[in-house]
Design a protein around this ligand. Structure first.
Ligand SMILES: NC(=O)c1ccc[n+]([C@@H]2O[C@H](COP(=O)([O-])OP(=O)(O)OC[C@H]3O[C@@H](n4cnc5c(N)ncnc54)[C@H](O)[C@@H]3O)[C@@H](O)[C@H]2O)c1
Length: 325
């Protein structure tokens, strides 16, 4: 930030959050993290003030907000794939607890809140591509409905109480510290399977098209949304281009030098066939550029995955502390 601030990163020990923390520290801010867990792939950072707790623990959350200027909200308790399992839980743990957060932001005179929404789910099946911020929003999973609902409450709290806010809608993020054993994040999952010598699995025929954003570019955009005052408050953050899974695979094969075998499985109902984002607004108003090509981003992610695998093997042999750099 141009003016140094005290910032709170909710979900700051996760994949995107940990990179945002790095960016905020590099910009000279005082950084506090609120998260349920420690970072998975690094030891705690000396310059970060960690507060541990569940997002639903209101007294801990209120304590973490004390003396903060800016709040980055990256906590989401479900994934697109799991959110439909229990929509009531999704609403309670995300929407209701975010309403408490917003009330606290007002009462503690927080200067700005930045919400990380979802460019991949909030629009549903786009009528036209690329998808701009004003495009119709017809989310097809609870996760997208929750993100949209929180966006609407941010606008309401701004109207009612003057709470300043920005919203970013990232596409599919990838990069180091993304869990390769998760059920989402195709690039990291593919690389994780390759490093372990396993077969890849793809739902459908591999022609599903997505927009992939390298995590360091993404957090640069999130940071810019926090420090820039513009009339528009909502920003798509993606590469602006669509790639099919088969195209991603071709790049992965070239980067890893591995001619992987792939098992194509049945389509999943919640997979939108094609989506990529129009990022004109972020380019213009935030002067933001997603600078990392897929080839470079995948190379960097591959380097992380290989290092992780080496460490896991050494841990297995008893020479390294598990999971920590
Ligand atoms: N990864 C993507 O491609 C992507 C794309 C669009 C939007 N997003 C959004 O970005 C945000 C961060 O995503 P990510 O990929 O870094 O996820 P992540 O799971 O790596 O990080 C989320 C962090 O939130 C914490 N958390 C979850 N539930 C919590 C709870 N109840 N209480 C306290 N902490 C809790 C987790 O411990 C974790 O550290 C999320 O809001 C997600 O919806 C992610």
């Amino acid at each position: 930030m141009t003016v140094k601030r005290n910032v709170l990163v909710l979900g700051g020990n996760g994949f995107i959050g940990s990179h945002l923390v790095d960016k905020l520290l590099a910009e000279g801010n005082g950084v506090r993290v609120f998260d349920k867990y420690e970072e998975h792939y690094r030891k705690p950072l000396a310059r970060v003030d960690y507060h541990f707790g569940d997002f639903g623990n209101r007294s801990l959350l209120a304590g973490a907000l004390k003396d903060m200027d800016v709040v980055f909200h990256l906590i989401n308790t479900t994934l697109p794939q799991t959110s439909n399992d229990d929509p009531a839980f999704d609403v309670q743990s995300n929407v209701i607890e975010t309403l408490f957060l917003l009330e606290q932001c007002v009462s503690k005179s927080i200067k700005k809140i930045v919400f990380v929404s979802s460019g991949g789910t909030i629009y549903g099946r786009p009528a036209a591509l690329p998808v701009a911020e004003e495009s119709p929003m017809e989310p097809e999973c609870s996760y997208g409905i929750i993100k949209l609902t929180i966006e609407k409450y941010l606008a309401l709290f701004n109207r009612l109480h003057g709470l300043d806010y920005a919203i970013v809608r990232p596409s599919n993020a990838y990069g180091s510290r993304q869990n390769p054993d998760s059920i989402q994040g195709a690039i990291s999952v593919f690389l994780g399977r390759i490093v372990r010598g396993e077969q890849l699995e793809i739902w459908g025929n591999g022609e599903v098209v997505r927009d992939y954003i390298y995590v360091e570019d993404l957090v640069d955009g999130i940071h810019k949304a926090a420090i820039t005052a513009t009339a528009d408050r909502i920003f798509n953050l993606g590469s602006g281009s669509g790639y099919s899974l088969n195209q991603i695979l071709a790049i992965i094969k070239a980067v890893t030098g591995n001619n992987v075998s792939v098992l194509y499985k049945a389509n999943r109902v919640f997979d939108v066939p094609e989506i990529f984002l129009d990022i004109t607004r972020a380019r213009k108003l935030l002067c933001w550029v997603p600078a990392t090509s897929l080839e470079i981003g995948i190379k960097k992610t591959w380097a992380f995955i290989k290092k992780l695998q080496l460490r896991n093997e050494q841990t297995f042999q008893g020479s390294v502390r598990p999971d920590k750099e």
